[in-house]
Design a protein around this ligand. Structure first.
Ligand SMILES: Nc1nc2c(ncn2[C@@H]2O[C@H](COP(=O)(O)OP(=O)(O)O)[C@@H](O)[C@H]2O)c(=O)[nH]1
Ligand SMILES: [Mg+2]
Length: 314
């Protein structure tokens, strides 16, 4: 039996092998993913983002319990920027995940971001596709919310939970970091610590000031205590509400369609870029061009035009 046949029979080892295959972009991974692509669209992808130490893994763990109690199967992707040998967070996650029964019900996978320059968002999205195709009802993606790459990963989700803590700073910072735009549910975790009420009030008025369509989803702001299991039911409820809301008004589909479009554009952009740069590499001396610009004989804009005209037009 081939690995793919085993995968279709819900063999966990086949799932793990295919994920590695896709993650490492081994020869033929695109074709394989293409096969699996036909089988996605029914699962719910939830992104949990926020600064390191905000309690994302703790919340993910709690949420997994809720989904399992509701008879759902869950796959978790932890995009962890820390080395598995230093932070200990990863090991912690592994240990905590052992409370769960079979991998058919709860599957956990972490992705190291070390060395993965660019392409991380695409790789995460690809793995979510594999998990969804395998049949998991829910795919939870935990990612550290700093920088563009993480914002892009969140683009691969249907429902995004932004997790902050009282120490995260003020609402203005959250706005600047672009967290408001991506969040469907806002969580202030570690509400047992001072300052959470302040932050919630600030966020509420910041949200209030934004011009929003009255028919749009109203972003709930919830104070949780991950370690004490406090308000996790409410968080769970809001996630399900957002899911139902978007599925009923067509936003869920519209969003997925938008993601597909972005994916195609991304694939094309990467292909063009790779091929164009390969073409140039054989025929152009960048050293010479840099010299020309450096000594004022040329400027980068004209060079860009000329190179495009000479090699890019076809
Ligand atoms: N005081 C307090 N600590 C929490 C709470 N939730 C999680 N923690 C702790 O915060 C630390 C970081 O949690 P973790 O889930 O690993 O955060 P992550 O880096 O965002 O995944 C751990 O020691 C947790 O036990 C909470 O509600 N209150
Ligand atoms: Mg974590």
């Amino acid at each position: 039996m081939t690995v793919l046949e085993k995968f279709y029979q819900r063999d966990i080892r086949a799932l793990s092998r295919i994920i590695s295959f896709v993650e490492n972009r081994e020869e033929g991974y695109r074709q394989l993913l293409g096969e699996l692509y036909r089988m996605v669209g029914h699962g719910l992808r939830i992104g949990i983002t926020g600064p390191p130490g905000a309690g994302k893994s703790t919340l993910v763990n709690r949420l997994v319990h809720r989904f399992v109690a509701d008879g759902k199967t869950v796959a978790v992707i932890a995009v962890d920027p820390t080395s598995p040998f230093s932070g200990g967070a990863l090991l912690g996650d592994r240990v905590r995940m052992q409370e769960f029964p079979a991998a058919e019900q709860v599957y956990f996978r972490s992705m190291a971001t070390r060395g993965a320059t660019g392409g991380l968002a695409a790789a995460t999205d690809n793995i979510a596709v594999v998990m969804e195709a395998f049949g998991y009802d829910v795919v939870l993606i935990e990612t550290v919310g700093v920088g563009q790459v993480e914002l892009d990963i969140i683009d691969a989700c249907d429902t995004v939970v932004v997790t902050l803590v009282p120490e995260s700073g003020d609402a203005v910072q959250a706005m600047k970091a672009g967290l408001m735009e991506i969040s469907d549910v806002m969580v202030i975790n570690k509400a047992d610590r001072p300052g959470s009420e302040n932050l919630i009030d600030e966020l509420k008025s910041a949200l209030h000031l934004q011009k929003r369509d009255p028919d749009a989803w109203q972003i709930p702001i919830i104070a949780t205590e991950g370690i004490n299991d406090k308000n996790i039911d409410l968080l769970y409820e809001k996630i399900l509400e957002h899911d139902a809301f978007t599925r009923n008004n067509g936003r869920f589909d519209a969003h997925r369609r938008e993601q597909i479009k972005k994916k195609i554009i991304n694939i094309l952009r990467n292909r063009f870029q790779r091929e164009f740069l390969d073409t140039l590499a054989g025929q152009v001396s960048f050293e010479q061009i840099v010299d020309d610009i450096y000594y004022g004989r040329q400027n980068p804009f004209q060079v860009g035009e000329d190179l495009y005209d000479a090699f890019g037009r076809k």
